[in-house]
Ligand binder design. Structure first.
Ligand SMILES: Cc1cc2nc3c(=O)[nH]c(=O)nc-3n(C[C@H](O)[C@H](O)[C@H](O)COP(=O)(O)O)c2cc1C
Length: 364
């Protein structure tokens, strides 16, 4: 089995090591226009300097109404691609692979950013906040204390979501990204469709497993269609809803090979987010890694790789996950907030050759 510092080849894209910076919302488009700012450039750029193999952007909205908060990053116009181009060039210049998470927040859209309290912003609010009506599989809202009205997507609405993901992927490619990740986790739109907790539709987009998973599969195929053959597509899923009668790890084990058939090259295995009544287990070290291991098993007959995320914080722990084949890539979020140079420090700890930038050699 390879270790953390062995390169990974997906399609014809070589990734220099198996550390990925997990997508992390920065809520930093202060102008509320979804355009990348200096914050995004420096934040993502520092983690490329820090040695990670893949530097993934935060959830980047494919449509304005698909933002979680007004300050989310977006990719719904050519100007959005233009604003990201220098950043992808910089990341590539450091030897890292630039990746973008394409997202639609569904019924969890239109909330204040967490640092402003995270409450829903109603469209009628007259205090200068710019809220909007979120869309979802049904009119059932996310159970906030003060829920928003939700518009149920009709057939044309579902098609417009697929079109928005297609256009976003085309723009992301134009902006210089090498990997496109479809965000289908954490209770956002695509997860809302496959979870029986949020999708009680009776048409072709709901009902049984096949109907509920139709949208995430359609979006994955659509992104694959416009993404070049030599470049990878990832899909982040919630492996379980952590709820009775919800989506389960075994459902994910059934879905993963279908997503691989649809063109996914890596399943990024997260969990939860569909409902506030979820029963989250102890968030200890490596708390979601067993789900990734189950999907490695489910994907044994395919070329599709698996990424593990959740509670991975140490070089030894990240290396153990990869070396024992529990996943192909170790994905770290909060540890990368504490240490943008995690990979360089990990190389020192594991006695490996790290990708130290020439300018930093006197420090490492
Ligand atoms: C500040 C912050 C922002 C996040 N934003 C996103 C996001 O944009 N997309 C996503 O899929 N997950 C997001 N997450 C979840 C992380 O990517 C990750 O799955 C989670 O934090 C568990 O990994 P960790 O234990 O390494 O932090 C976010 C997490 C944090 C801490």
């Amino acid at each position: 089995m390879p270790g953390l510092f062995d390169p990974l080849e997906l399609r014809e894209t070589e990734i220099r090591n198996r550390v990925m910076v997990s997508p992390m919302c920065q809520y930093s488009c202060e102008a509320e226009d979804g355009l990348a700012t200096q914050w995004h450039h420096v934040h993502l750029g520092s983690r490329a300097i820090g040695g990670a193999g893949i530097v993934m952007s935060e959830a980047t909205a494919v449509a304005p109404e698909g933002r979680i908060s007004p300050q989310d990053l977006g990719i719904w116009s050519d100007a959005h691609a233009d604003a990201l181009r220098d950043t992808t060039a910089f990341i590539r210049g450091q030897g890292a692979t630039p990746a973008i998470q394409l997202a639609h927040a569904g019924r969890k859209a239109s909330t204040r950013r967490p640092s402003d309290g995270g409450d829903p912003i109603h469209p009628a609010d007259d205090d200068g906040d710019s809220g909007w009506t979120p869309v979802g599989p049904t009119t059932e809202p996310y159970p906030h204390d003060d829920p928003l009205e939700v518009e149920a997507l009709d057939q044309a609405g579902v098609e417009s979501v697929v079109d928005a993901f297609r256009a976003a992927a085309e723009r992301a490619l134009d902006a210089g990204f090498e990997i496109a990740e479809v965000h289908a986790a954490h209770g956002y739109l695509l997860h809302e469709f496959y979870s029986p907790i949020a999708n009680t539709r009776e048409d072709d987009w709901g009902g049984d497993f096949e109907g509920r998973t139709r949208l995430v599969r359609e979006v994955t195929r659509t992104v694959r269609e416009v993404w070049p053959d030599e470049k990878p597509v990832f899909v982040r899923i919630s492996a379980t809803d952590w709820m009775d009668d919800g989506w389960t790890v075994e459902d994910s084990a059934r879905l993963a090979p279908l997503l691989a058939d649809d063109g996914a090259d890596l399943i990024d295995v997260s969990a939860g987010g569909i409902h506030r009544d979820q029963q989250v287990p102890d968030i200890g070290p490596h708390y979601q890694v067993p789900y990734a291991e189950r999907l490695v098993e489910a994907l044994v007959d395919s070329d599709c790789a698996v990424g593990a995320v959740g509670g991975i914080t140490t070089p030894e722990g990240a290396d153990e996950v990869v070396r024992n084949g529990r996943a192909d890539v170790a994905i770290l979020a909060r540890e990368h907030l504490r240490d943008p140079y995690f990979t360089l420090h990990a190389a020192e700890a594991l006695d490996e050759e790290g990708p130290v930038p020439r300018q930093y050699r006197r420090g490492f």
